[in-house]
Design a protein. Structure first.
Length: 242
């Protein structure tokens, strides 16, 4: 599969390798205010509760963690997960090998990951687009203002979540028929949720829609309607609690 997204991170790699910390963690104390961002290679980044970082934070080979109520600019991790605790705010989130966990009442701009899962808890608000190449997504009580794109995994829209844009199961640039690593895209629109844009399947997949969900158009797939909390014979994963 020819995925171009990692190329988007090449400028980030160049920045990280120029004048940054190496083999060091970055720790922002609780309630501190940093007027600029920082970056590291082979180190994690931790932002304490209530801290504010006006710039971006970037790491290669390390996770990024924002504690309760922390605020930062953009966050980028190459080989590491990004986690926002309850009430944390950040700008654009990007990872290559690592997922996102968005706690309750978090605020972010856009989400993009190549290899990783995305979990968003009740009250999470994503003001831009969300995109995932290889991984699953769970949106629980989440508002996503833009479009949601996925390639190779499943998406669960649950617990009153609203996606204001389109939800699209994308087709990669190259044909991938017969590749055992390619999984069929699956979209589940659970009870009491809404997709205000169109649901679009650019390749064959499975679409399940609750009879209490609100959708506004389907292209490229036929919806399997279901009643109750989940499609017949299927147990849906639980929502994030933090």
């Amino acid at each position: 599969m020819n995925i171009r997204y990692p190329a988007l991170f090449l400028p980030v790699l160049a920045i990280l390798l120029t004048g940054c910390n190496v083999n060091r963690n970055i720790n922002v104390p609780a309630n501190a205010h940093w007027s600029s961002g920082s970056s590291t290679v082979n180190g994690e980044i931790n932002v304490g509760s209530g801290a504010v970082v006006d710039g971006s934070l970037r790491t290669i080979n390390g996770r990024i963690y924002l504690a309760t109520g922390a605020q930062t600019g953009n966050l980028t991790s190459i080989n590491g997960a990004i986690t926002l605790a309850e009430g944390a705010h950040a700008g654009n989130l990007k990872t290559v090998n690592g997922g996102f966990t968005l706690g309750k009442n978090t605020l972010t701009a856009t989400l993009m990951t190549v290899n990783g899962d995305i979990h968003a808890a009740n009250g999470a608000h994503i003001t831009g687009n969300g995109e995932n190449v290889n991984g699953d997504m769970i949106l629980c009580g989440t508002q996503l203002d833009g479009n949601l794109n996925f390639y190779n995994g499943s998406v669960l829209i649950a617990d009153g979540s609203v996606v204001h844009g389109n939800v699209t199961a994308k087709k990669p640039a190259n044909d991938f028929q017969g590749n055992p690593k390619i999984h069929e895209p699956v979209l589940i629109v659970a009870p009491h949720t809404s997709v205000d844009g169109s649901i679009i399947f650019e390749r064959a997949g499975k679409l399940y829609v609750s009879d209490s969900a609100t959708i506004h158009g389907i292209e490229g797939a036929s919806a399997v309607k279901f009643s109750g909390p989940a499609p017949a014979g299927m147990q849906l994963p639980g929502c994030p609690v933090n």
